[in-house]
Design a protein around this ligand. Structure first.
Ligand SMILES: *[C@@H]1O[C@H](CO)[C@@H](O)[C@H](O)[C@H]1NC(C)=O
Ligand SMILES: *[C@@H]1O[C@H](CO)[C@@H](O)[C@H](O)[C@H]1NC(C)=O
Ligand SMILES: *[C@@H]1O[C@H](CO)[C@@H](O)[C@H](O)[C@H]1NC(C)=O
Ligand SMILES: *[C@@H]1O[C@H](CO)[C@@H](O)[C@H](O)[C@H]1NC(C)=O
Length: 465
């Protein structure tokens, strides 16, 4: 085959595939390139770790792993502007090296359908800047204008608001923050739309990461209203339990346990998503949150004596007195372990066994001294099936660096957690596949993937000749 025939062949294939795809998925999709969103967080500090295991640079990321990448984080300043957190976000350390923004955005050269958003805020950032921004109409207007400029100058595809959280006094939010947040979101949405119309560029996406617990949702969000303006809303359905509880509990249960105390009955994915829905957020705009880490506890001598009686250890060891487990060798934060660190712990110590919690539908590690609530391929797959059954729009995963990027630690292939979510989300439920028989027979629903692999195959066969 000559190069020009090959090129026309590729163009024809991509044209046909796009056509069939558009025809088949017309009524169910707003974007033609995928059905369920896979929104992945990139943590800029992870690129600065020293060892090869925990460091994750933009170049380590498979450009087809996610449909969206959120760059975490940028700051919101009281001067009503967005500013980079790290010195090398905007430009590299030397004259010729690229900044992190540019390096992440470079993934789009390989996957033009990928969208990269800038995420502002985060737990540690809390309400700083956001209070000021949402205080008056003039401040909002100024911030929105500055944001559009910053996003466009740096070639981002959108803004992910990660204010944790409006309405949260314990996180420094001021009383005006709930209504101020709505006004901010409304203005951002309007201006993004108008800017796109004026410039002819693709509209900047407007998204957010939000709370999962009912008391936080009710305190911080006018749900029905804000959901109108966001392109999608990502619920951080993890961190339900951790060392701050002073006792063992799971980081991210899919369902409640039977006989759970009233306060905790809603602290699971199934319930949190329903709260958002019941308060008026359209299902298809909602993303479920997954974590590629677990929360780990160090157990006290719970099998010893208490008041002269032997304490019988509960089978699951859930709800027993515990403190934050020793920090992981790589991530170095007490009480938190990356997925690959959990794999390593399991391999190195046979007394660390994995159990499955039937009611919560998640795995946990339990030994005499250690308890970890985490997610693995099985639980991620079940959570993605849940997502599809309930008609939610997608998933967010925190964060790329916490998965086993090369697959060499866990021996489950590269990015096992992210890929488990991807694999399950590419299998479409029947009701999303067009009734038109022609479409479902073609397996055309994963066209972008197929197209990519077809093109790679053609290129390979060309090279081998
Ligand atoms: C989807 O269907 C509508 C009406 O059935 C049609 O007008 C529109 O062009 C279709 N869109 C695509 C992408 O095929
Ligand atoms: C770790 O990284 C260093 C420097 O980037 C490299 O020289 C070394 O071969 C890497 N080691 C492994 C085990 O990948
Ligand atoms: C999910 O939540 C709903 C509403 O609270 C409840 O009726 C249902 O039983 C829950 N599902 C499971 C499997 O716990
Ligand atoms: C369609 O999908 C099925 C099941 O995944 C697979 O066995 C079959 O080879 C696929 N057909 C084509 C044409 O890709």
């Amino acid at each position: 085959m000559t190069t020009s025939i090959l090129t026309s062949f590729i163009i024809i294939i991509s044209f046909i595939v796009k056509r069939i795809q558009a025809d088949c998925q017309n009524n169910t999709l707003t974007e033609t390139t995928f059905v369920y969103r896979r929104v992945c967080y990139f943590a800029n500090w992870a690129a600065k770790r020293y060892d090869n295991i925990s460091r994750l640079t933009p170049e380590d990321i498979d450009p087809f792993l996610c449909t969206h990448i959120n760059f975490a984080f940028a700051k919101v300043l009281e001067s009503l502007i967005i500013a980079p957190y790290e010195e090398d976000d905007l430009k590299g350390w030397t004259a010729n090296s690229k900044g992190m923004y540019e390096r992440i955005l470079k993934l789009k050269e390989t996957n033009p359908d990928l969208r990269v958003l800038l995420s502002v805020g985060g737990w540690t950032h809390a309400s700083r800047g956001f209070n000021e921004v949402s205080k008056t109409a003039a401040n909002i207007k100024n911030f929105v204008k500055n944001s559009v400029k910053f996003l466009r100058e740096n070639k981002f595809d959108g803004l992910d608001l990660d204010w944790e959280y409006p309405g949260a006094k314990d996180q420094g939010a001021e009383p005006h923050s709930k209504t101020g947040y709505t006004k901010l979101v409304k203005k951002l949405s309007r201006v993004f739309k108008r800017e796109a119309e004026r410039t002819g560029q693709e509209k900047l996406l407007l998204t957010c990461a939000t709370a999962a617990a009912r008391h936080r949702i009710e305190a911080g969000y006018e749900v029905e209203e804000v959901c109108k303006y966001f392109d999608f809303v990502s619920v951080m359905t993890y961190d339900y339990h951790g060392s701050w509880d002073g006792k063992t509990g799971h980081n991210s249960p899919l369902y409640a346990m039977r006989n759970e105390r009233k306060k905790f009955r809603e602290w699971n994915i199934n319930s949190s998503m329903l709260v958002w829905e019941e308060l008026g957020c359209p299902k298809e705009k909602l993303n479920i949150g997954l974590s590629a880490y677990g929360r780990a506890f160090s157990l006290f001598g719970e099998t010893g004596m208490s008041n002269g009686k032997p304490v019988t250890k509960k089978k699951s060891s859930i709800g027993i007195k515990a403190s934050a487990a020793e920090a992981g060798k790589y991530t170095r934060e007490a009480g938190v372990l990356a997925y690959y660190e959990i794999c390593e712990l399991l391999q190195n110590n046979p007394s660390n066994r994995v159990f499955w919690h039937q009611q919560m539908s998640v795995p946990y590690v339990s030994s005499k001294t250690l308890w970890i609530g985490f997610d693995n391929i099985r639980s991620v797959t079940l959570k993605m099936q849940f997502l599809k059954e309930h008609g939610y729009g997608g998933v967010i995963i925190w964060s790329l660096d916490l998965d086993d990027k090369t697959g060499t630690v866990c021996n489950e292939g590269p990015f096992p957690i992210f890929n488990a979510a991807k694999r399950e989300l590419l299998i479409l439920p029947d009701h999303l596949i067009n009734k038109d028989k022609k479409c479902s027979d073609d397996n055309i629903t994963i066209t972008i993937e197929h197209l990519h692999s077809k093109m790679t195959k053609i290129k390979q066969s060309k090279n081998s000749k």
